[in-house]
Design a protein around this ligand. Structure first.
Ligand code: COA
Length: 298
């Protein structure tokens, strides 16, 4: 699908994207690149990075791939430094790296729980912490008129209510969202850095989707969720563009669900045709015999 944004909305900007070699992270990388940004992607797998960088460069996008694990503060520091050394500035940090698997709470080990919190929550904090120096207003490579840069954290909607077999991920994404809001407050005030989040719904063609909603259970999920509809990676990348370019200049601390309203989903307990009739009956009954009043008042 074509982008509704002008192709130069990120012209001259440099974006560092964790987990940028595959899935949603790669789509954000390529859309940011198509809109004028230079791209550094960070990931753990060299081959994935190399393939992604070749694809970006084949589109004419200046891109580099930097190996590292967001769980390690020293990797975060090295990757941030390398991005700055290579491109001379950093304007946007996108934290899209995540870990996930399905596991019932009682079968999950402490290390399993901690691993996902480490990747999602600690990893997001590490990257933000190391990138602060370059993103803050007046930081290295920033012209004095341009203010601070921006951060975008990818979370999920799992923790808005509760999710089966996702206690580790729900806890991790809740921590990511809390990090987003706290940094928006502190760094928005002190450094003019905007910090926002996107909470994607089920997005087709992603590692997350194939892990959390494997083909074997997809039709069952559809039956139980009235608003269930798969999104495209493009949907997330367009939200990311909105929040990261000037269109989002007054938006700070927002966590935007991009899920077709799925998180609101509640099964319908009464058909629409029946609600009118039942409602009248209930109304009539309550007029003739008020409910909840003590009998002495009747
Ligand atoms: N069910 C239950 N526990 C699991 C599990 C599963 N399917 N997969 C991993 N674990 C547990 C491991 O058993 C281990 O705990 P233990 O030491 O008590 O046995 C712990 O999680 C860490 O696993 P390990 O494989 O050593 O971690 P890793 O750092 O190599 O990999 C993962 C991290 C598990 C999150 C891996 O799936 C990953 O790298 N994911 C990144 C890609 C991804 O998930 N993308 C989707 C994003 S939505």
């Amino acid at each position: 699908m074509d982008s509704p944004f002008k192709p130069d909305v990120l012209k001259g900007k440099v974006a560092l994207i964790t987990g940028g070699g595959s899935g949603i992270g790669f789509e954000i990388s390529s859309q940011f690149g198509k809109h004028g940004a230079s791209i550094a992607i960070m990931g753990r797998r060299r081959q994935v990075l190399d393939d992604a960088v070749s694809e970006l460069r084949s589109l004419g996008i200046p891109a580099i791939g930097l190996e590292g694990d967001v769980r390690k503060a020293e990797d975060a520091r090295r990757v941030v430094e390398s991005t700055y050394q290579h491109f001379g500035r950093i304007d946007i940090l996108v934290n899209a790296a995540a870990g996930n698997f399905l596991a019932a709470a009682e079968d999950l080990s402490t290390n399993g729980f901690r691993t996902v919190l480490d990747i999602d929550a600690v990893g997001t904090f590490n990257m933000c912490h190391e990138a602060l120096k370059y993103l803050k207003k007046g930081g290295p490579g920033r012209d004095s008129s341009s203010g601070g840069g921006s951060i975008l954290n990818i979370s999920a909607t799992l923790h808005y209510t509760a999710s089966w077999y996702q206690i580790h991920v729900s806890a991790a994404k809740a921590a990511v969202d809390a990090t987003t809001r706290n940094l928006a407050l502190e760094w928005g005030t002190d450094y003019e850095i905007r910090v926002n989040g996107i909470a994607p719904g089920p997005i087709q063609g992603t590692p997350g989707m194939s892990k959390l909603v494997p083909d074997e259970i997809e039709s069952k999920v559809r039956e139980n969720m009235p608003l269930y509809k798969l999104g495209d990676k493009w949907d997330i990348a367009m939200a990311a563009l909105y929040l990261s370019c000037d269109s989002g200049k007054y938006v700070n601390g927002l966590i935007m669900p991009v899920d077709n309203g799925l998180w609101l989903g509640k099964p319908r307990h009464l058909p629409r045709e029946a609600v009118k009739q039942l409602s009248r009956v209930v109304e009539k009954r309550s007029r003739t015999k008020p409910v909840g009043l003590p009998t002495s008042k009747l």
